[in-house]
Ligand binder design. Sequence first.
Ligand code: ADP
Length: 237
Amino acid sequence: MKEEVRLIGENGLRLDGRKVDELRPIKMEVGVLKRAEGSAYLEWGKNKVIVAVYGPREAHPMRIRDPTKAIIRCYYNMAAFSVEDRKRPGPDRRSVEISKVISDAFESVVLTEKYPNSAIDVFIEILQADAGTRCAGLTCATLALVDAGIPMKDLIAACAAGKVDGEIVLDLMKDEDNLGEADLPVAASPRNNEISLLQLDGNLTKEEFNKALELATKGVLEICEMQKEALMKKYKK
Ligand code: ADP
């Protein structure tokens, strides 16, 4: 018989001691790379992410230019040493998908119409991965875009909620992501709660979905406050 792994203990706490609605510890720093126009570093639980932003600059090749606005190109990449078993270097289906959903999310907040025919390049490097890296990457990329002076309607941040041991929990770590029943990453703006990324891996009932969405949005708001603090810290210097 398959041995059942309990992810939420009798005391209601998760394997890493968190409550169901608690985020992993998060640290952020803005302006960490000398040669990028904007940069940021983020640690989120065991995830470690660095982001460099270049642009707006003339888009090449010419056929990709849009005379009405800038294009945003996010490149999500996991380092070979970021996971337990070495990850094969280079793009794969997963990184192409994540790069696309993050680029699309920024389309809704960056004032791209100010920079026709341009490209804004966002390099998201995952140095260490422990689930939730698309959320960590997007959250860190927002800081790097602000650091690069790119005008935006609002900050955006991302956070996942999911279902573990039949309960809706915030911010799944790797074991919960592997053994849990569902994962719902969400990106949103604090000002109007507008959702710019929403994906679902696994199954949720309508009620569970609504509960998970509400919890993830609450996580996003907490993270946006941390983003503001990290930005203030940089610009007060
Ligand atoms: P996210 O990191 O946004 O949660 P996934 O749900 O696709 O995205 O991945 C969950 C976790 O699985 C990652 O954070 C990482 O720890 C691990 N993972 C993803 N891809 C690989 C891979 N190619 N090799 C080993 N581990 C991986």
